[in-house]
Ligand binder design. Structure first.
Ligand code: TYD
Ligand code: MG
Length: 256
C-alpha cells in the first residue's frame, strides 16, 4: 500500500503550480502518489506542469471542462477531488492546491503523528497565508495556528492543512451519498462543507507547527469574490452558503 495519496486541484495558476508540485515531490516522505487534477487550464499552465509528469508517482488527469456553464454548475474542485478519491491507494489522504506550498517535512510529520495514534483519524497543522497583489508582491501575512481539538472545523481550517485516513471515507459516503459535496452553493467554502461532514463523526487533532503556506493570488476565488467589479465567473455562481450556517448547524447537532 502507498503511504499517502496527495490530491492537487489545478486551474490556471501558471506562476505558482510548479512550486506547489515540487513541494510535494520533494517531501522527505517519498512513498506517495500525487494526483494532479487539472480543470481545463490554459497552455501556459500545462507547460508549467509538464516537466513533473515524468515522475512515476504522478497521475495527471484532465477534466476537459471549458465553458463557464460547466465550470459553475458544480463546485469543480469537489468534483475533481471525488474522482481522485475513487482511485486513491494511500493509507492517508492529503489535499493540495496549485497555490499552496508544503513544508518539506509536512507529510512525514503528520503521518507519523497518526501512525502513533491509531484512535485518531484526522490531523491538521498550522498554516501561513500570504496575500499577493497584482504584481505578486506580498501585501499581508497571517498565521492559522493548530492548537485545539476541533469539533467545528468549517472555516477554521483549510483543506491543505489536513491529513486523514482513507478508511474514514466509507462512513462519509454511506451517510451523505458522496465524499465532497459537489453542490455549487459551496464553491466559496467547499472544504468547510467537507469538514462539516467529517465533524459528524470525527474531531480534527492539532499538530502545532506551521507546515504549509497558502498564496491568495489574483486568480483565487476568494480574491475574485472580494473584488468590487465581479468577474463573469462569480456572477454565474448561485448564492453561496456561509461559514456561519455550517458552524451553527454543527453546534446544534452537538448540543452546544
Ligand atoms: P482558488 O482559485 O485557489 O480559490 P481560493 O480562493 O479558495 O484559494 O481555487 C481553489 C482550487 O479550485 C484550485 O486548486 C483550483 C480549483 N478550481 C478548479 O478546479 N476549477 C475551477 O473552475 C476553479 C475556479 C478552481
Ligand atoms: Mg487558492
Amino acid at each position: 500500500m502507498t503511504k499517502v495519496t496527495v490530491i492537487m486541484t489545478s486551474y490556471n495558476k501558471a506562476a505558482y503550480v510548479g512550486r506547489s508540485i515540487e513541494a510535494v515531490l520533494q517531501q522527505t516522505l517519498s512513498d506517495l502518489e500525487l494526483f494532479i487534477m487539472d480543470d481545463g487550464s490554459n497552455e501556459e499552465t500545462l507547460t508549467a506542469i509538464e516537466p513533473y509528469l515524468k515522475d512515476p508517482r504522478v497521475h495527471f488527469i484532465q477534466s476537459g471542462v471549458n465553458t463557464l456553464q460547466e465550470r459553475t454548475t458544480k463546485t469543480r474542485y469537489a468534483v475533481l477531488i471525488n474522482q481522485a478519491l475513487e482511485q486513491a491507494k494511500g493509507e492517508y489522504i492529503s489535499y493540495a492546491t496549485d497555490d499552496n506550498v508544503y513544508a518539506p517535512d509536512r507529510l512525514k510529520k503528520l503521518t507519523g503523528y497518526l501512525d502513533a495514534r491509531p484512535d485518531e483519524n484526522i490531523v491538521y497543522s498550522g498554516s501561513k497565508i500570504i496575500y499577493l497583489n497584482s504584481k505578486k508582491d506580498p501585501v499581508k501575512e497571517t498565521i492559522r495556528p493548530a492548537q485545539t481539538v476541533q469539533w467545528n472545523a468549517p472555516c477554521a481550517i483549510d483543506h491543505c492543512s489536513v491529513v486523514h485516513r482513507l478508511s474514514i471515507l466509507k462512513k462519509i459516503h454511506a451517510e451523505f451519498g458522496s465524499y465532497w459535496d459537489e453542490s455549487p452553493h459551496f464553491y466559496r467554502i467547499g472544504d468547510a462543507r467537507f469538514f462539516f461532514r467529517l465533524n459528524h463523526f470525527y474531531p480534527f487533532y492539532p499538530y502545532d507547527e506551521v507546515l504549509d503556506t497558502n498564496y491568495i493570488t489574483e486568480q483565487s476565488i476568494h480574491y475574485q469574490l472580494a473584488e468590487e467589479e465581479k468577474s463573469d465567473f462569480i456572477k454565474a455562481l448561485p448564492p453561496q452558503s456561509t461559514c456561519r450556517e455550517l458552524r451553527y448547524l454543527l453546534k446544534q447537532r452537538q448540543g452546544r
